[in-house]
Design a protein around this ligand. Structure first.
Ligand code: ADP
Length: 546
């Protein structure tokens, strides 16, 4: 930039110096020509006097030559029609009538011309008394000569002007560019900072830069925030997501997918080549799903293929699979539970119909048929009960749970005695809970009857109720206990740990599912602690009264 300004200033100074020297040369030349013209006028007067004294025509040539030798002026004497009679610089007889100065003299008495015609001369022609014409011509300096004359002086001046011009240009450029350079430095090092300048002409630019900076900063901040939100969403998703072009060209992968696929950065996704079914899907390029079990949970791998990249969505389907499993359990359980009494009922009925039962055994057969029918009814009732919980919208009221236990627990005494179980009640008086009697009876019945059913002969069973702000009901037994892997599943519908446990008093796998559902709806916390072979404790922490 600075160099450009200096070169421009240099060019302009050079052109100005040349131009002014030419104007000066033209002026000098014009002044010289005027001086020559004035001298010619003087010579013309003198020559006219000498011509008047000339004796003969023959002496005219000598007169002209003498005068020319004396003055250095070319003298030509012309007849009235412009033909040379005598000429100090040429031959007599030459025709000058076409010359501008001659024509003017013929017309007006005197003519004057200068210029290149016949060289850089000044010419003066005048009519004399004898009706003849005198033409005097003298050399005048040409433009080149005049310029050559003035140029040395101008060359010195030019050099001086050039030097001054250079210095001025240098100083101007430095002065003008200093704030720009300072601003450039500030912009370069001060990324994100506010820029300042002392130069008023640069203020609008600085203002604009600062505004652009601020705008840019807020846009960058917004972009960063958007990206971190996107990242947060992706990484907090429980679904795994992978966008990829190939196993080794992964565009995006979230944390869940990284963990499930055991993915390491810059390494290809292993299962894409090692898992044959997945490799076949990728080869095919058609949307498809496969199920895989990872770390004890079930996942669905859904592949879709788009132009911009392929997408793998990994969804945890453990609950869905468990629900399907639970449904299968239900079918197996119900089939089994219904089949056993039905076979028994049909067997006895057929025997009676075929008169195959001795009269003294008829009563026993009829009682068996009634017992098995009761079991079938109980199963059906439980299924109805379970599904009725969802549609139960009856209002809660305060129930005295201590009193309710006092009414319900005695009904278990025959079964407790039958199994020789040591039964303990630690029931605080007047513990009240917001619920409905039938729901609490259902809960107590299920927990206590399980405590008896899954107890050992001669075991213990304790029912404890504590009050206060957070009433707690515990039913603890020293029975068979529950294995760790079954602890979460015992609350599933129709799940029974051991089908052989199913006896006449239950075994449908619905009791704990009903308890769990009732607790969930009421906002109570249901928990189980158990050691296989040692015993189990179910605990319900009732919600505090509002
Ligand atoms: P069921 O009608 O089979 O008793 P539940 O839903 O009440 O159905 O119980 C589900 C399963 O949980 C039972 O099959 C049993 O294996 C286990 N279970 C429930 N209570 C106890 C307990 N107190 N001790 C040991 N196992 C239990």
């Amino acid at each position: 930039m600075k160099r450009k300004i200096i070169f421009a200033a240099l060019g302009i100074s050079l052109a100005a110096a040349l131009f002014s020297s030419m104007i000066a040369a033209a002026a000098c030349r014009s002044e010289a020509a005027a001086q020559v013209g004035r001298a010619l006028s003087g010579y013309m007067n003198i020559f006219e006097e000498q011509l008047a004294g000339a004796e003969s025509e023959g002496s005219l040539q000598a007169l002209a030559e003498d005068f020319a030798a004396e003055t250095g002026v070319r003298v030509t004497l012309l007849s009235a029609d412009g033909i040379a009679v005598a000429d100090s610089g040429g031959e007599a007889g030459e025709d000058f009538s076409g010359r501008e100065e001659v024509a003017a003299a013929v017309e007006t008495g005197e003519g004057r011309a200068e210029g290149p015609e016949g060289g850089d001369t000044v010419r003066l022609c005048r009519k004399t008394g004898q009706n003849a014409l005198v033409l005097l011509a003298a050399d005048a300096p040409s433009f080149g000569a005049a310029w050559g004359g003035v140029f040395p002086a101008f060359a010195g001046a030019m050099a001086l002007i050039l030097l001054c011009g250079l210095a001025v240009a240098w100083m101007t450029a430095s002065f003008a560019l200093k704030p720009v350079e300072k601003l450039t430095r500030e912009v370069a090092i001060g990324a994100g900072r506010e820029i300042h300048t002392d130069a008023p002409p640069l203020q609008p630019l600085v203002k604009m830069l600062n505004e652009m900076n601020a705008d840019l900063e807020s846009k960058v901040a917004k972009m960063k925030e958007d990206r971190s939100i996107e990242k947060l969403i992706l990484n907090s998703m429980e679904h795994g997501i992978v966008i990829f072009r190939s196993a080794s060209d992964v565009i995006l992968i979230n944390r869940t997918a990284e963990r499930l696929l055991d993915y390491e950065k810059n390494e290809p996704i292993r299962c894409f080549s090692e898992d044959r079914e997945i490799a076949a899907i990728l080869e095919e390029g058609e949307a498809a799903s496969v199920s895989r079990r990872i770390e004890g949970r079930d996942y669905s791998f859904r592949f879709t293929f788009k132009k911009q990249g392929s997408v793998l969505l990994i969804t945890d389907v453990t609950e869905t699979v468990a629900a399907a499993r639970s449904k299968n359990d239900f079918i197996a359980n119900v089939t089994h539970e219904m089949n056993t009494p039905l076979t028994s009922i049909r067997g006895f009925a057929e025997l009676i119909a075929a008169d195959g039962v001795p009269p003294e055994r008829i009563g026993h057969a009829a009682r068996t048929i009634i017992r098995q029918s009761d079991r079938l009814s109980a199963l059906i009732r439980r299924i109805i009960n379970f599904s009725a919980i969802d549609s139960d919208a009856l209002p809660d009221y305060e129930v005295d749970l201590s009193a309710l236990l006092g009414e319900v627990l005695p009904s278990f005494e025959p079964r407790i005695a039958e199994k020789k179980i040591a039964f303990t009640q630690e029931v605080e008086e007047g513990v009240k809970v917001m619920s409905r009697r039938e729901r609490l009876i259902e809960i107590v019945n299920n927990l206590v009857s399980n405590g008896i059913r899954y107890n050992k002969e001669g075991g213990t069973l304790t029912v404890r109720l504590t009050g206060g702000a957070h009433p707690v009901l515990c039913v603890r037994d020293t029975g068979v206990g529950i294995a760790e892997e079954d602890k979460t599943r015992i609350f599933d519908r129709f799940y029974t740990v051991d089908k052989s446990h199913g006896g006449e008093g239950g075994g449908f796998g619905l009791g704990l599912a009903i308890v769990k559902k009732l607790c969930l709806r009421a906002g109570w916390k249901l928990s189980v602690e158990s050691t296989l072979g040692e015993g189990t404790e179910f605990k319900i922490e009732f919600a505090p009264e509002k």
